[in-house]
Design a protein. Structure first.
Length: 365
C-alpha cells in the first residue's frame, strides 16, 4: 500500500523564543502575534513567500526528479487583503474546533502562472506572471554572471532545468487571526512540553489529508533534540527512512546522512520522530523517503530505494548501473565499496578475508 509515495522535503528555520521566566513558553497572545508578523497581509505577500520557498528549495531537489512538495507552514491570513474570488474558492476543514484552509501553490511550467489549489484538489485562483518574467530568475540570483561565462549548450540547459522554480510545490495552511487564537488556546491546554515554542508547519497533530509524505510540525522537546511530525496518506503502510543534512558546506555538497528507518502507525496518518543527534547543530535539513523496496520505490530493481539513490549515493534511480561499468549500484556501495558514479571499476573485484585475524579488504586488480 502507498508504494507510489517517494520522498518529501521540509525546510524550517528554528528560532529560540525567550519569555519571562527563562524557559517559559510565550502566552497565546504572543504566539498569535508571531504568526501575524510572519503571516500574509494580502495575496501578494503569499506569492512573495512562495517565490522565496522556490528560490531556497529548488537547489535541494535533485536533477531529473518530478516537482517536490514543500511545507510552507501554517500562516495567519488577513482575509481583507485577499481578492473576494480567492476567499470564496477556499475549502475549509475543522481542526480542533476551528476552520483552517489547506492551499497548495505551484508554478505552471507552460504558462508560468502561479496556481492555487484548494483542499478539494481544484485550481481556484491563478496569478499571471509579471511582465517580463524570466523562468531563469533562480539561476540568475545564484549565479548572476552565468550567461556571461563560457558554457556548453548541454551544461546551460542542465542548469536551467535543475533550477527551474516550477519544480517546487508548496502547501500552506491558512487561518484567520481569531481562529488562530482559538486554535492556539486549545493547543496550549494540551501542551505539557517545556522549552522551545512549537512551530507548526502544516496540520498540527492529526495529520492532514495528503497524497505524499509531508513534515507537518517540528519542535524541541528537550536537550536540544528535534522532534518532527511526519504525515502520510491514510493508505500508506510502508516504512519511512529519514535523512538529514547540516547547513554550510554540507548543503552545497549535497551528501545526506541516513538517520534510520521507522515504522508508521496504522491507527493514525502521522508519526513523531525525534532526532537525538541534533544538539549543538546550528541548521539541519530533513528528508523523508519511502523505505520499502517495490516497483515504485526501486524502479531499476537494484535493491536501493529511490530516496537512497538520490540522497545517499547520487546514483540514478532508473539505471541499476549508473556508471555503466558492469557492476550494479547496490553491489558497488554494499559489497565492493567502490564509487557507483565512476566507471573505472570494470576489473574484477577480489575480497580478501582473514577470519582468524578478523579483517578483510577489497582488491581491484
Amino acid at each position: 500500500m502507498g508504494g507510489g509515495v517517494g520522498a518529501a522535503i521540509a525546510l524550517a528555520v528554528f528560532c529560540g523564543l525567550v519569555a519571562s521566566g527563562g524557559n517559559e513558553q510565550p502566552d497565546v497572545n504572543q504566539r498569535v502575534q508571531i504568526y501575524v508578523d510572519s503571516g500574509f497581509s494580502d495575496l501578494q505577500a503569499m506569492v512573495d513567500n512562495f517565490r522565496g520557498v522556490q528560490r531556497d528549495g529548488v537547489v535541494l531537489v535533485p536533477p531529473g526528479v518530478p516537482p517536490m512538495l514543500f511545507s510552507g507552514g501554517m500562516k495567519c491570513a488577513k482575509w481583507s487583503g485577499f481578492p473576494k474570488e480567492f476567499v470564496e474558492g477556499l475549502v475549509g476543514e475543522i481542526r480542533e474546533g476551528v476552520a483552517v484552509y489547506s492551499v497548495t501553490c505551484f508554478e505552471d511550467a507552460a504558462t508560468r502562472n502561479c496556481c492555487f489549489v484548494n483542499a478539494e484538489g481544484r485550481i481556484f485562483y491563478v496569478v499571471p506572471p509579471p511582465a517580463g518574467y524570466d523562468p531563469r530568475w533562480v539561476l540568475l540570483q545564484y549565479w548572476p554572471d552565468f550567461y556571461n561565462q563560457p558554457h556548453n549548450p548541454s551544461e546551460t540547459a542542465m542548469m536551467a532545468a535543475w533550477l527551474d522554480p516550477s519544480r517546487v510545490v508548496v502547501q500552506y495552511t491558512l487561518v484567520g487571526k481569531q481562529e488562530l487564537h482559538d486554535l492556539l488556546t486549545a493547543r496550549a491546554k494540551k501542551d505539557k512540553d517545556g522549552g522551545m515554542f512549537l512551530m507548526n508547519l502544516g496540520s498540527g497533530s492529526g495529520g492532514p489529508n495528503i497524497s505524499n509524505l509531508l513534515f507537518t510540525a517540528m519542535y524541541s522537546p528537550s536537550n536540544g533534540w528535534m522532534a518532527l511530525e511526519l504525515s502520510y496518506p491514510t493508505n500508506f503502510t510502508n516504512h519511512v527512512e529519514i535523512f538529514s543534512l547540516d547547513g554550510g558546506t554540507g548543503l552545497i555538497e549535497g551528501w545526506w546522512t541516513s538517520r534510520g528507518t521507522t515504522d508508521v502507525s496504522t491507527s493514525t496518518n502521522y508519526i513523531v520522530w525525534t532526532d537525538t543527534t541534533s544538539s549543538n547543530v546550528e541548521a539541519r535539513f530533513y528528508v523523508a523517503g519511502n523505505g520499502d523496496l517495490n516497483s515504485d520505490t526501486d524502479p531499476d530493481g537494484d535493491n536501493l530505494t529511490w530516496a537512497q539513490e538520490l540522497y545517499l549515493y547520487h546514483t540514478s534511480p532508473t539505471n541499476s548501473d549508473t556508471d555503466g561499468d558492469g557492476l550494479d549500484d547496490y553491489y558497488e556501495v554494499m559489497t565492493s565499496v567502490t564509487d557507483p558514479n565512476n566507471g573505472d571499476t570494470t576489473n574484477p573485484v577480489v575480497v580478501i578475508a582473514s577470519p582468524t585475524n578478523n579483517f578483510s579488504w577489497v582488491w581491484m586488480p
